[in-house]
Design a protein around this ligand. Structure first.
Ligand SMILES: NC(=O)C1=CN([C@@H]2O[C@H](COP(=O)(O)OP(=O)(O)OC[C@H]3O[C@@H](n4cnc5c(N)ncnc54)[C@H](OP(=O)(O)O)[C@@H]3O)[C@@H](O)[C@H]2O)C=CC1
Ligand SMILES: O=C(O)[C@@H]1CCC=N1
Length: 292
Protein backbone atom coordinates (compact mmCIF):
# COMPACT_ATOMS: atom_id res chain seq x y z
CA UNK A 1 0.00 0.00 0.00
CA UNK A 2 1.39 3.42 -0.96
CA UNK A 3 0.90 6.27 1.50
CA UNK A 4 0.31 9.56 -0.21
CA UNK A 5 -0.30 13.14 0.77
CA UNK A 6 -1.88 14.99 -2.14
CA UNK A 7 -1.38 18.72 -2.72
CA UNK A 8 -4.05 20.58 -4.66
CA UNK A 9 -1.98 23.41 -6.02
CA UNK A 10 -3.88 25.97 -3.94
CA UNK A 11 -2.33 28.41 -1.48
CA UNK A 12 -3.16 27.79 2.19
CA UNK A 13 -2.85 30.24 5.11
CA UNK A 14 0.36 28.53 6.25
CA UNK A 15 1.85 29.23 2.86
CA UNK A 16 1.59 33.01 3.22
CA UNK A 17 4.72 33.15 5.34
CA UNK A 18 6.47 30.98 2.78
CA UNK A 19 5.40 33.17 -0.14
CA UNK A 20 7.06 36.23 1.39
CA UNK A 21 10.14 34.29 2.33
CA UNK A 22 10.34 32.52 -1.01
CA UNK A 23 10.34 35.75 -2.97
CA UNK A 24 13.96 36.04 -1.86
CA UNK A 25 15.04 32.59 -2.97
CA UNK A 26 16.63 31.75 -6.29
CA UNK A 27 15.74 28.66 -8.29
CA UNK A 28 17.84 27.12 -11.05
CA UNK A 29 16.43 24.67 -13.59
CA UNK A 30 19.07 22.56 -15.34
CA UNK A 31 17.83 21.25 -18.72
CA UNK A 32 15.48 23.34 -20.85
CA UNK A 33 13.64 20.42 -22.45
CA UNK A 34 10.04 19.22 -22.23
CA UNK A 35 9.92 19.10 -18.46
CA UNK A 36 12.53 21.65 -17.38
CA UNK A 37 10.90 24.33 -19.47
CA UNK A 38 7.43 23.36 -18.21
CA UNK A 39 8.64 23.90 -14.64
CA UNK A 40 10.51 27.09 -15.46
CA UNK A 41 7.46 28.64 -17.13
CA UNK A 42 5.15 27.62 -14.28
CA UNK A 43 7.56 28.87 -11.62
CA UNK A 44 7.99 32.34 -13.12
CA UNK A 45 4.21 32.72 -13.34
CA UNK A 46 3.73 31.70 -9.69
CA UNK A 47 3.55 33.84 -6.58
CA UNK A 48 6.55 32.05 -5.15
CA UNK A 49 9.27 33.67 -7.20
CA UNK A 50 9.79 37.26 -8.18
CA UNK A 51 11.11 38.12 -11.65
CA UNK A 52 14.72 37.14 -12.30
CA UNK A 53 14.83 34.77 -9.36
CA UNK A 54 14.43 31.94 -11.84
CA UNK A 55 17.51 30.82 -13.74
CA UNK A 56 17.60 28.16 -16.44
CA UNK A 57 20.59 26.42 -17.96
CA UNK A 58 21.03 24.17 -20.98
CA UNK A 59 24.08 22.88 -22.84
CA UNK A 60 22.65 23.79 -26.21
CA UNK A 61 23.73 27.34 -27.16
CA UNK A 62 21.06 27.37 -29.85
CA UNK A 63 18.36 26.63 -27.27
CA UNK A 64 19.63 29.19 -24.77
CA UNK A 65 19.81 31.90 -27.45
CA UNK A 66 16.17 31.15 -28.37
CA UNK A 67 15.15 31.24 -24.70
CA UNK A 68 16.85 34.57 -24.12
CA UNK A 69 14.57 36.12 -26.75
CA UNK A 70 11.31 34.94 -25.23
CA UNK A 71 11.70 34.31 -21.54
CA UNK A 72 11.22 36.21 -18.32
CA UNK A 73 13.98 34.28 -16.62
CA UNK A 74 17.76 34.42 -16.69
CA UNK A 75 19.30 31.98 -19.16
CA UNK A 76 22.76 30.40 -18.83
CA UNK A 77 24.96 28.02 -20.80
CA UNK A 78 27.65 27.84 -18.12
CA UNK A 79 26.64 26.24 -14.84
CA UNK A 80 29.45 28.02 -12.97
CA UNK A 81 27.66 31.34 -13.71
CA UNK A 82 24.38 30.32 -12.07
CA UNK A 83 24.74 27.30 -9.78
CA UNK A 84 26.43 29.13 -6.85
CA UNK A 85 23.55 31.67 -6.75
CA UNK A 86 20.81 29.03 -6.49
CA UNK A 87 18.99 27.95 -3.32
CA UNK A 88 16.95 25.26 -5.05
CA UNK A 89 18.09 23.36 -8.14
CA UNK A 90 15.78 21.37 -10.40
CA UNK A 91 17.63 18.74 -12.43
CA UNK A 92 15.70 17.99 -15.62
CA UNK A 93 18.17 16.25 -17.91
CA UNK A 94 17.92 12.67 -19.19
CA UNK A 95 19.13 10.02 -16.71
CA UNK A 96 22.04 9.07 -19.02
CA UNK A 97 23.43 12.61 -18.64
CA UNK A 98 23.73 12.37 -14.85
CA UNK A 99 27.34 11.14 -14.62
CA UNK A 100 28.82 14.00 -16.64
CA UNK A 101 26.48 16.53 -15.03
CA UNK A 102 27.18 15.42 -11.44
CA UNK A 103 30.92 15.51 -12.12
CA UNK A 104 30.59 19.14 -13.24
CA UNK A 105 28.25 20.14 -10.39
CA UNK A 106 29.92 18.45 -7.41
CA UNK A 107 32.83 20.87 -6.84
CA UNK A 108 30.42 23.84 -6.95
CA UNK A 109 27.65 22.52 -4.66
CA UNK A 110 27.10 23.88 -1.17
CA UNK A 111 25.49 21.90 1.69
CA UNK A 112 22.53 24.29 2.06
CA UNK A 113 21.36 23.83 -1.51
CA UNK A 114 18.33 21.64 -2.15
CA UNK A 115 18.29 19.52 -5.30
CA UNK A 116 14.99 18.42 -6.81
CA UNK A 117 15.57 15.76 -9.45
CA UNK A 118 12.80 14.83 -11.86
CA UNK A 119 14.93 12.16 -13.57
CA UNK A 120 13.36 8.73 -13.85
CA UNK A 121 15.06 6.13 -11.69
CA UNK A 122 17.94 8.26 -10.38
CA UNK A 123 18.07 7.45 -6.65
CA UNK A 124 18.46 9.78 -3.67
CA UNK A 125 21.62 7.94 -2.59
CA UNK A 126 23.22 8.29 -6.02
CA UNK A 127 22.46 12.03 -5.93
CA UNK A 128 23.90 12.38 -2.43
CA UNK A 129 27.04 10.54 -3.52
CA UNK A 130 27.31 12.15 -6.94
CA UNK A 131 26.72 15.71 -5.74
CA UNK A 132 28.18 15.54 -2.24
CA UNK A 133 25.08 17.06 -0.62
CA UNK A 134 22.32 15.73 1.62
CA UNK A 135 19.15 17.75 0.87
CA UNK A 136 17.68 15.87 -2.05
CA UNK A 137 14.14 15.51 -3.38
CA UNK A 138 13.30 12.84 -5.90
CA UNK A 139 10.26 13.82 -7.94
CA UNK A 140 8.36 12.28 -10.85
CA UNK A 141 6.18 14.73 -12.75
CA UNK A 142 4.27 14.13 -15.97
CA UNK A 143 3.90 15.94 -19.27
CA UNK A 144 0.55 17.69 -18.54
CA UNK A 145 2.73 19.91 -16.31
CA UNK A 146 3.09 21.92 -19.52
CA UNK A 147 -0.56 23.00 -19.23
CA UNK A 148 -0.74 23.25 -15.43
CA UNK A 149 -2.44 19.84 -15.13
CA UNK A 150 0.57 17.82 -14.09
CA UNK A 151 0.89 15.28 -11.33
CA UNK A 152 4.21 15.20 -9.53
CA UNK A 153 4.94 12.46 -7.02
CA UNK A 154 7.90 12.99 -4.75
CA UNK A 155 9.85 11.85 -1.74
CA UNK A 156 12.78 13.47 0.04
CA UNK A 157 15.91 12.65 2.01
CA UNK A 158 15.57 12.94 5.81
CA UNK A 159 17.83 16.00 5.77
CA UNK A 160 15.17 18.13 4.03
CA UNK A 161 13.33 19.94 6.85
CA UNK A 162 9.53 20.20 7.11
CA UNK A 163 9.64 23.87 6.20
CA UNK A 164 11.87 23.16 3.21
CA UNK A 165 9.47 20.39 2.18
CA UNK A 166 6.57 22.86 2.23
CA UNK A 167 8.54 25.16 -0.03
CA UNK A 168 9.33 22.27 -2.36
CA UNK A 169 5.66 21.25 -2.41
CA UNK A 170 4.61 24.79 -3.30
CA UNK A 171 7.09 24.87 -6.16
CA UNK A 172 5.96 21.46 -7.48
CA UNK A 173 2.31 22.49 -7.25
CA UNK A 174 2.91 25.35 -9.70
CA UNK A 175 2.58 22.74 -12.49
CA UNK A 176 -0.56 21.08 -11.12
CA UNK A 177 -0.85 18.73 -8.16
CA UNK A 178 1.74 16.92 -6.12
CA UNK A 179 1.67 13.69 -4.14
CA UNK A 180 4.16 13.16 -1.32
CA UNK A 181 5.14 9.49 -1.07
CA UNK A 182 6.96 7.55 1.66
CA UNK A 183 9.54 5.66 -0.35
CA UNK A 184 11.53 5.75 -3.56
CA UNK A 185 9.88 2.48 -4.56
CA UNK A 186 6.55 4.35 -4.43
CA UNK A 187 8.04 6.97 -6.77
CA UNK A 188 9.13 4.19 -9.16
CA UNK A 189 5.60 2.76 -9.00
CA UNK A 190 4.06 6.16 -9.70
CA UNK A 191 6.40 6.45 -12.70
CA UNK A 192 4.58 3.42 -14.15
CA UNK A 193 1.19 5.06 -13.62
CA UNK A 194 1.31 8.86 -13.78
CA UNK A 195 4.86 9.57 -15.05
CA UNK A 196 4.65 7.43 -18.18
CA UNK A 197 0.85 7.32 -18.09
CA UNK A 198 0.16 10.18 -20.53
CA UNK A 199 1.86 8.08 -23.24
CA UNK A 200 -0.57 5.20 -22.55
CA UNK A 201 -3.46 7.63 -22.98
CA UNK A 202 -1.95 8.90 -26.25
CA UNK A 203 -1.51 5.27 -27.39
CA UNK A 204 -5.23 4.67 -26.80
CA UNK A 205 -6.10 7.94 -28.55
CA UNK A 206 -3.87 7.04 -31.50
CA UNK A 207 -5.55 3.62 -31.83
CA UNK A 208 -9.01 5.19 -31.76
CA UNK A 209 -7.98 7.79 -34.34
CA UNK A 210 -6.62 5.05 -36.61
CA UNK A 211 -9.96 3.22 -36.35
CA UNK A 212 -11.83 6.47 -37.09
CA UNK A 213 -9.68 7.10 -40.17
CA UNK A 214 -10.31 3.53 -41.39
CA UNK A 215 -14.03 4.25 -41.01
CA UNK A 216 -13.59 7.17 -43.41
CA UNK A 217 -13.19 10.21 -41.13
CA UNK A 218 -10.60 12.87 -41.98
CA UNK A 219 -7.62 13.36 -39.67
CA UNK A 220 -9.21 16.57 -38.40
CA UNK A 221 -12.56 14.94 -37.67
CA UNK A 222 -10.88 11.89 -36.06
CA UNK A 223 -9.02 14.26 -33.74
CA UNK A 224 -12.22 16.06 -32.79
CA UNK A 225 -14.14 12.82 -32.21
CA UNK A 226 -11.39 11.27 -30.08
CA UNK A 227 -10.17 14.39 -28.24
CA UNK A 228 -13.65 15.50 -27.24
CA UNK A 229 -14.59 11.98 -26.14
CA UNK A 230 -11.53 11.77 -23.87
CA UNK A 231 -12.08 15.26 -22.49
CA UNK A 232 -15.73 14.54 -21.66
CA UNK A 233 -15.04 11.13 -20.13
CA UNK A 234 -12.23 12.49 -17.95
CA UNK A 235 -14.44 15.34 -16.74
CA UNK A 236 -17.21 12.92 -15.79
CA UNK A 237 -14.69 10.72 -14.00
CA UNK A 238 -13.13 13.60 -12.07
CA UNK A 239 -16.42 15.20 -11.07
CA UNK A 240 -17.94 12.15 -9.38
CA UNK A 241 -17.15 9.25 -7.08
CA UNK A 242 -18.36 6.70 -9.61
CA UNK A 243 -15.69 4.13 -10.53
CA UNK A 244 -14.58 3.64 -14.14
CA UNK A 245 -16.52 0.34 -14.10
CA UNK A 246 -19.61 2.23 -12.94
CA UNK A 247 -19.21 4.67 -15.81
CA UNK A 248 -18.70 1.81 -18.26
CA UNK A 249 -22.04 0.35 -17.16
CA UNK A 250 -23.73 3.71 -17.79
CA UNK A 251 -22.49 3.76 -21.37
CA UNK A 252 -23.12 0.11 -22.21
CA UNK A 253 -26.70 -1.00 -22.95
CA UNK A 254 -27.48 -4.69 -22.75
CA UNK A 255 -26.92 -6.22 -26.18
CA UNK A 256 -25.77 -2.82 -27.50
CA UNK A 257 -22.75 -1.39 -29.30
CA UNK A 258 -20.57 -0.60 -26.27
CA UNK A 259 -21.07 -4.11 -24.88
CA UNK A 260 -19.79 -5.47 -28.20
CA UNK A 261 -16.66 -3.29 -27.91
CA UNK A 262 -16.03 -4.09 -24.24
CA UNK A 263 -16.50 -7.83 -24.87
CA UNK A 264 -13.94 -7.58 -27.67
CA UNK A 265 -11.48 -5.89 -25.27
CA UNK A 266 -12.09 -8.55 -22.60
CA UNK A 267 -11.63 -11.36 -25.16
CA UNK A 268 -8.30 -9.82 -26.16
CA UNK A 269 -7.22 -9.37 -22.53
CA UNK A 270 -6.51 -5.65 -23.04
CA UNK A 271 -6.78 -4.97 -19.30
CA UNK A 272 -3.95 -7.39 -18.54
CA UNK A 273 -1.85 -5.94 -21.35
CA UNK A 274 -2.21 -2.41 -19.94
CA UNK A 275 -1.33 -3.66 -16.46
CA UNK A 276 1.75 -5.41 -17.92
CA UNK A 277 2.78 -2.17 -19.64
CA UNK A 278 2.49 -0.16 -16.41
CA UNK A 279 4.62 -2.78 -14.62
CA UNK A 280 7.18 -2.67 -17.45
CA UNK A 281 7.60 1.08 -16.79
CA UNK A 282 7.74 0.54 -12.99
CA UNK A 283 10.37 -2.20 -13.40
CA UNK A 284 12.40 -0.05 -15.80
CA UNK A 285 12.42 2.78 -13.22
CA UNK A 286 13.77 0.35 -10.60
CA UNK A 287 16.36 -0.89 -13.11
CA UNK A 288 17.47 2.68 -13.92
CA UNK A 289 17.94 3.19 -10.18
CA UNK A 290 20.34 0.25 -10.04
CA UNK A 291 22.26 1.65 -13.01
CA UNK A 292 22.50 5.12 -11.43
N1 LIG B 1 9.15 13.84 -20.86
C1 LIG B 1 8.36 13.41 -19.91
O1 LIG B 1 7.13 13.18 -20.08
C2 LIG B 1 8.91 13.19 -18.53
C3 LIG B 1 10.27 13.23 -18.29
N2 LIG B 1 10.76 13.03 -17.02
C4 LIG B 1 12.17 13.11 -16.75
O2 LIG B 1 12.57 14.43 -17.04
C5 LIG B 1 13.92 14.43 -17.49
C6 LIG B 1 14.00 15.32 -18.72
O3 LIG B 1 13.15 14.79 -19.74
P1 LIG B 1 12.72 15.69 -20.97
O4 LIG B 1 12.43 17.08 -20.49
O5 LIG B 1 11.70 14.94 -21.71
O6 LIG B 1 14.12 15.69 -21.77
P2 LIG B 1 14.63 16.71 -22.89
O7 LIG B 1 15.63 15.96 -23.72
O8 LIG B 1 13.46 17.34 -23.57
O9 LIG B 1 15.37 17.84 -22.04
C7 LIG B 1 16.60 17.69 -21.42
C8 LIG B 1 17.42 18.93 -21.76
O10 LIG B 1 18.58 18.94 -20.95
C9 LIG B 1 19.69 19.31 -21.77
N3 LIG B 1 20.93 18.88 -21.13
C10 LIG B 1 21.62 17.71 -21.25
N4 LIG B 1 22.70 17.73 -20.47
C11 LIG B 1 22.74 18.93 -19.86
C12 LIG B 1 23.63 19.56 -18.94
N5 LIG B 1 24.74 18.93 -18.51
N6 LIG B 1 23.35 20.82 -18.51
C13 LIG B 1 22.24 21.46 -18.94
N7 LIG B 1 21.36 20.92 -19.82
C14 LIG B 1 21.61 19.68 -20.27
C15 LIG B 1 19.38 18.63 -23.08
O11 LIG B 1 20.15 19.15 -24.14
P3 LIG B 1 20.43 18.16 -25.39
O12 LIG B 1 19.10 17.94 -26.05
O13 LIG B 1 21.37 18.99 -26.24
O14 LIG B 1 21.02 16.91 -24.84
C16 LIG B 1 17.88 18.96 -23.21
O15 LIG B 1 17.69 20.26 -23.74
C17 LIG B 1 14.31 12.98 -17.76
O16 LIG B 1 15.25 12.60 -16.80
C18 LIG B 1 13.03 12.19 -17.62
O17 LIG B 1 13.25 10.99 -16.95
C19 LIG B 1 9.90 12.82 -15.97
C20 LIG B 1 8.57 12.75 -16.16
C21 LIG B 1 7.95 12.93 -17.45
O1 LIG C 1 10.17 7.71 -20.32
C1 LIG C 1 10.80 8.15 -19.36
O2 LIG C 1 11.81 7.57 -18.94
C2 LIG C 1 10.31 9.40 -18.68
C3 LIG C 1 9.91 9.14 -17.26
C4 LIG C 1 8.43 9.21 -17.22
C5 LIG C 1 8.08 9.75 -18.53
N1 LIG C 1 9.11 9.88 -19.29
Amino acid sequence: MHNACIGRGTIGINSLYLINKNLLMKVLVIGAGNMGLAYAKALVKSEFLSNHNLMISDTSAEKTEELKKISRFDVFTNLSDCLPKADIIFIAVKPYHTDELFEELKPMMSPDQIVISIMAGVTIQSMKDGLGITKVVRAMPNLPAQVGKGLTSFTASDEVSRLELSTVENLLDTTGRSVRLDTENDVDASTGISGSGPAYVFYFMHSMMEAAKKMGFSVHDSKVLVGTTFEGAVELFNKSDLSPEGWMKRVASKGGTTRAALDSMEDNNIKQLIEDAAYAAFNRAVELGKES
